[in-house]
Design a protein around this ligand. Structure first.
Ligand SMILES: *Cc1c(COP(=O)(O)O)cnc(C)c1O
Length: 387
């Protein structure tokens, strides 16, 4: 199946986004080994698999043995159900809004529910339709985002009838600081989750437990429970910032260079004339600007990969292009420069995110729609083309 964006925009070369499905598969293998088995390792493919194409990514994970998938919305879940068929468990993380319960049942999607009223509504729908349909209950253990508060949860634990009627089958919570292993918040949340789990298991002995996202998988095994929910690490983002990335890079982004020139006198570059280039500098303009996900916040800080080395971005990022100072390249390399890379094995999503003051997640989900997309199935680490 072709990803909707996997298309070439005519003969023009507007950049090539390579997505290494083999690397995603190997990343999944590493994560499932860490938690002990494929049974205990789900995969988060929300937001079109973090911008990389759910329709291409999910079948690769399925082939590796993954049977538990997480998406953000009903619509994503419906698409994924069509893609994977009946056997996958598909959990929708942002819940079932009132009135959509029947759609969840129709498609056999598991809603994540975080209010007592939501559980009632789900239980009522099950009763009215006479159908079986499990749900996940999400509690807040310290992140204070989505999730039932502790007082409401305590009250709920006096209502075994409701818990059974709603067929609560998975207890979830989300870690706020898993990417900082020594942050005290982790232990506090673990403790709160364990306490809630004991309370609920006293009523529903077979309820499964899920706490860990990608970074949680790299915390102590006490955080793993029955089902992990890694997303970003599958796509190459470092789950253990500050230490060597155990994951394999997944994306390569190559942009065409559309102008190379020597500036013959001192000048200033780009909107706002924010940066100076001295006479004799060589500048390359590459097709790819903030409309393509080259985040404008990188201006004056970012870099590209050209002929096996980093070259600095100079001046602000424009909508369709950005300028790079290639003075450091040899004259032969400058003369023949046709492409630069903005992401590859060396220039990672995490490094680029650092230049833009953001996280790898945002680099991935911002990747533009004007690139030609190419999906690779490498069997092992690809050799860098620029050695
Ligand atoms: C997005 C999300 C995940 C995946 O998080 P990563 O940090 O990308 O691994 C897991 N659980 C929930 C509830 C999420 O919203």
């Amino acid at each position: 199946m072709k990803h909707p964006r996997e298309q070439s925009w005519g003969p023009g070369d507007e950049g090539l986004l390579q997505i290494d499905l083999g690397a995603i598969g190997r990343n999944y293998d590493l994560l499932q080994r860490r938690v002990g088995s494929v049974e205990r390792c789900g995969a988060v493919v929300k937001a079109d698999a973090y911008g990389l194409g759910m329709s291409r990514v999910a079948p690769v994970l399925w082939a590796r043995g993954c049977r538990h998938f997480f998406v953000a919305t009903l619509e994503e879940g419906t698409v994924l159900r069509r893609l994977l068929g009946g056997d996958a468990e598909i959990v929708v993380l942002t819940g079932a809004r009132p009135g959509t319960e029947r759609d969840f049942l129709e498609t056999n999607l598991v809603p994540t529910i975080f209010t007592t009223a939501g559980l009632r509504s789900w239980a009522d729908t099950l009763q009215a339709t006479g159908r079986a349909g499990r749900c996940a209950l999400k509690i807040d253990t310290g992140m204070t985002r989505l999730g039932m508060g502790a007082e409401e949860f305590d009250l709920l634990c006096h209502d075994r009838g409701l818990l059974e009627a709603a067929q609560v089958d998975l207890l979830m919570s989300h870690l706020a600081c898993a990417d900082e292993p020594r942050h005290p918040q982790n232990l506090l949340q673990l403790d709160a989750f364990q306490r809630a789990a004991r309370q609920l298991q006293a009523l529903l002995p077979s309820v499964r437990l899920s706490l860990a996202n990608s970074s949680g998988v790299f915390l102590d095994e006490a955080y793993h429970f029955d089902l992990a929910r890694p997303g970003s690490a599958l796509y190459g983002v470092n789950p253990v910032p500050g230490t060597q990335n155990p994951m394999t890079a997944v994306v390569t982004l190559e942009l065409p260079v559309i102008q190379v020139r020597e500036v013959t006198r001192d000048c200033r570059v780009g909107y706002g004339a924010t940066e100076a280039a001295a006479a004799g500098s060589w500048l390359a303009v590459a097709r790819g600007g903030y409309a393509d996900g080259v985040l404008r916040a990188q201006g004056g800080r970012g870099c590209a990969w050209a002929c096996g080395q980093r070259v600095p971005m100079i001046g602000r990022v424009s909508m369709d292009s950005a300028t790079y100072d290639i003075t450091g390249l040899s004259p032969e390399k400058r003369g023949s420069l046709e492409h630069i890379q903005l992401l590859n094995q060396q220039l990672t999503v995490d490094e680029v995110a650092g230049y833009a003051g953001t996280i790898g997640y945002e680099i991935l989900t911002s990747l533009g729609w004007r690139y030609r997309r190419q999906y690779l199935e490498t069997a092992r680490e690809p050799e860098s083309r620029d050695k």
